[in-house]
Design a protein. Structure first.
Length: 85
């Protein structure tokens, strides 16, 4: 559904990880107006809280891993996930 709907073009995690290797902690305000549908779909699927981490092997090869769930991460979990970055 994500790919069929073209949501990667609206997904702020994709945009961020294309240009930065800084971890991105998901926030509702990171979605532009046109990305609101993506935010609502994510919430409906239980993916409201998350962190995305980018890896840039080269200018042409970029990867991203995201950890997402329906409940906020506690401080211990967030510290661990950020250490992976």
């Amino acid at each position: 559904r994500y790919f069929d709907s073209g949501w990667m073009l609206l997904d702020p995690t994709v945009a961020h990880c294309q240009v930065s290797t800084e971890p991105l902690i998901w926030r509702p305000d990171m979605y532009r107006a046109q990305g609101e549908v993506l935010l609502e779909e994510s919430r409906a699927a239980g993916l409201e809280h998350g962190i995305s981490i980018a890896y840039h092997e080269s200018a042409d090869v970029k990867s991203m891993i995201s950890f997402a769930r329906d409940k906020p991460f506690d401080e211990r979990e967030m510290t661990y996930l950020l250490s992976l970055a």
